[in-house]
Design a protein around this ligand. Sequence first.
Ligand SMILES: [Zn+2]
Length: 422
Amino acid sequence: MKNSKVFTLIISGLLLVLFIITTTSNKPKETPAIIIVKSVKKINTEFGIDTSAVVKQIHSVKRNETLSKILLKYKTPYNKIYQAQILSKNLFDLRKIIYGHKYYSYSSTDNSNSLQYFVYEISPIDYLVINFKDTVSVDLIHKKIVLKKKIVSGVIKNSLYMSLAEQNVDPGLVINLSEIYAWQIDFYRIMEGDKYKVIYEEKYVDDKPVGINKIIGAEFFHRKENYYAINYKTNNKNEYYDEKGNSLQKTFLKAPIKFSRISSRFTYRRFHPVQKRYKAHLGTDYAAPQGTPIHAVGDGIIITAAYSKYNGRYIKVKHNGTYSTQYLHMYKIASGIRPGVKVKQGQIIGYVGHTGLARGNHVCFRFWKNGQQVNPLKQKIPASKPIVKKYLDDFNRLKEKIITELKNIDFVENNNTSTASL
Ligand SMILES: [Zn+2]
């Protein structure tokens, strides 16, 4: 995602990051404070270019336009373009300039009108500066990012997206929230009357918002339950925990059966041993003797427990709004396993067999993400460890502060657009 890429660039190269705590219009009680977080390099907004002796022009990249094409328009000598390409190799791939992105040209004021500097906007934060003046030089410049603390709350009428859009909040916040709460809240089943409060940081460049930095804390009332999400950083990783210090992210078991071997992997093309033809195999087969217990890889609800000609006896478990898993060719479905039943991670849901279209005894394990079958072995599923003991006191202090802050936020009906302080 663009935002996370941008974020990486911020940590790697940065300048002066001001952390300004602002208040929203509905919360004027807070005292603004300024904390200097990091100071590495200071750059002026004109990319370190003395603008007094040049003519500046701003354009945007046209469709199918290459950097060479643009530079040749300014009569830049070929050898200088070539040098710029060599010098920028480790900074930015010049072949990757994007249609619609801005660039700035600075030409000399004399009759030659020669190009002195060229600046390409990689993102609203990152700029490639090429100096053509004397010896060609290339530099990557990062604009100053200001993080502003924001508060938003709402009562949902139709969707979270709509509720936030009505308040002019960056849609990236919806994505952030749905990732944080992937295990607690099914965002496809949000109900009218569900409520939320979110404290978050937004990135600003030249006083314009450029994306969500992170959610600091959130409270979500969904189906009469209250879910907290507290951001806490350990080992340089931003994680989210509930009020007890449990991770909101729950991991899956690596495989549905213990001590198994993979007999056939996920592929879009394999020779089917029974049908004798090439077809996609969107599952991972684990071979095991008949009767070997099959475990649910994560907490969830059974949505299918049935028999079909191809799948044999099979089960589908829905883990959350994003993930579901399927287990095929069972010899037997475990007793009590039927649609609507809740299962725990590791719970036995059935036994290995070869019912349906299967040759040997195995379980065909299928992993669904957002309605698509994907290879579970290629998914980055985060670990779900609770807060480490040595950080618990520190976490609890931070948690108290965030929860108090959340409690002080009032719910504002969505038609009141003054909630967001954008
Ligand atoms: Zn299979």
